[in-house]
Ligand binder design. Structure first.
Ligand code: PHE
Ligand code: NA
Length: 445
């Protein structure tokens, strides 16, 4: 059977951008930045995006485009008889785990959208948004219902495949979200706490530059945000026609994604300081501060509808790319139809997600890593260890397993100086840096 492919390069670009821009830019970025000191984190984060993230995104794309198969199959084809395909296997597991908690947060977003639509959240509920978030997420069935609904929507589009499903879903959502975020940022700058929020985001605390945990968190966030390390971008690139080129798309995606994150920071941190929130609130942060912003602004209810609608769409296009990783693999190896593969993977992910959701309710006492609940633990392990390990292996694969000529040809970079800088980063800097950061942060514990 002929493998599916993108109709146009633009379709691929939008889908890859849709994968990159998601809850990671708004929800995860703001809580990880909040917990890791704000400006110091932001600077290191941007450094990681530019120095490692963008070159690594190109690396992951080039493996997929050359391999022309799913995350595991591409490695098997490019390096037959070796153990390299375990990199892909780890990606399949990583994608499954990430989507299991991502879909919980997607469920929260859907619930918020619904409550904006029916007008419930237009004004601050008694006890505040923080209290109402806590009360609701600690119930058992309702969060599961929204998460389930979300997963069904994801499975349905993945069943339809690349051209008809994933490619179409991205066309409108991205630009609309960008415009709304800018409007919100401008409004946020008029709030009382704007200067404090901006200081938190842009004035680094130099003493924190020696803290290895901040580097680990910034690196993990950079990889998470660019969707690299689990083979999602690899799989997307495998559906490209061979005359579609990679480097410009890569840089465009990297910059877009970072701009979204910085704007999200400008929206959120002034609001945290204006409405008496706590920057170290963790994953619930945006679900508490954003509604406070909306409740304070003119026509905030409508803005809330728009915002959560777009957030759900952004999350949706990211979730599609995560589900695509195990589905493409299972579809090829287990001889299941695309439809059956999507249903099987979606069910497994939902089942793991149930435990994540209950971690905010009846299982809130369950901790896996340190004192982190189930969501935080899976997020921490996948973001800070699986993604860096996955990207590091891909860099070693391209930098050491491939010949220099192969690597450069498949990267499709034309300018000699860029070719050699990219190759040097991938071959030497990335593997060493990731190892050093991972080891120092473990020792530091
Ligand atoms: N990059 C996505 C986001 O920022 C999350 C993601 C991670 C998507 C890994 C696919 C693979 O929300
Ligand atoms: Na992102």
């Amino acid at each position: 059977m002929k493998r599916d492919e993108w109709k146009s390069r633009l379709g691929f670009m939008l889908a890859a951008m849709g994968s990159a821009v998601g809850l990671g830019n708004i929800w995860r970025f703001s809580y990880v930045a909040g917990e890791n000191g704000g400006a110091t984190f932001l600077l290191i984060y941007i450094f990681f995006i530019l120095a490692f993230g963008i070159p690594l995104l190109l690396t992951e794309f080039s493996i997929g485009k050359a391999g022309k198969k799913d995350a595991v199959g591409s490695f098997m084809r490019l390096a037959p008889g070796t153990k390299w395909h375990w990199t892909g296997v780890m990606g399949v597991i990583g994608g499954t785990l990430i989507l299991s908690f991502y879909s919980v947060v997607c469920g929260w977003s859907l619930y918020y959208l619904f409550h904006y639509l029916i007008g419930d959240f237009w004004t601050e509920p008694t006890g505040g948004f923080g209290q109402s978030f806590e009360n609701w997420t600690s119930t058992t069935w309702e969060p599961l219902f929204w998460q389930f609904l979300f997963m069904i929507a994801v499975v349905l589009v993945v069943i339809r495949g690349i051209k008809r499903g994933i490619e179409r879903a991205n066309l409108i959502a991205m630009p609309a979200l960008a415009i709304l975020m800018v409007v919100l940022a401008v409004y946020s700058l008029t709030l009382d706490g704007a200067s404090e929020g901006l200081a938190f985001l842009f004035t680094p605390d130099w003493s924190q530059f020696g803290n290895p945990q901040v580097y680990l968190a910034a690196m993990g966030q950079a990889f998470f945000s660019l969707s690299i390390g689990i083979g999602g971008m690899l799989t997307y690139a495998s559906y490209l026609k061979s005359n579609d080129r990679l480097p410009t798309a890569t840089v465009g995606i990297g910059i877009m994604d970072t701009v979204f994150a910085v704007i999200a920071g400008i929206v959120i941190f002034p609001a945290v300081f204006s409405f008496g929130g706590d920057v170290t609130d963790g994953p619930p942060l945006v679900f508490i501060t954003l509604p406070s912003i909306f409740a304070s602004m003119p026509a905030g209810g409508l803005v809330g509808i728009g915002f959560f609608a777009l957030l759900v769409m952004a999350a949706y296009s990211s979730a599609l790319s995560m589900l695509e990783v195990p589905v493409a693999y299972v579809h090829r190896t287990l001889g299941l139809s695309r439809k059956a593969a999507a249903i099987v993977c979606g069910t497994v992910i939902f089942a793991i997600g149930v435990t994540v959701s209950l971690g905010y309710g009846i299982w809130s006492h369950v901790t896996i890593v340190e004192n982190k609940n189930i969501l935080d633990s899976i997020d921490y392990i996948t973001g800070n260890y699986i993604l860096p390990l996955g990207t590091m292996l891909m860099a070693i694969f391209v930098g050491w397993y491939w010949t220099k000529d192969q690597a450069i040809k498949r990267s499709e970079i034309n300018t000699p100086i860029l070719q050699s800088s990219w190759y040097f980063i991938i071959r030497y800097i990335v593997p060493v840096a990731i190892l050093v950061i991972a080891i120092t942060s473990i020792v530091d514990k």
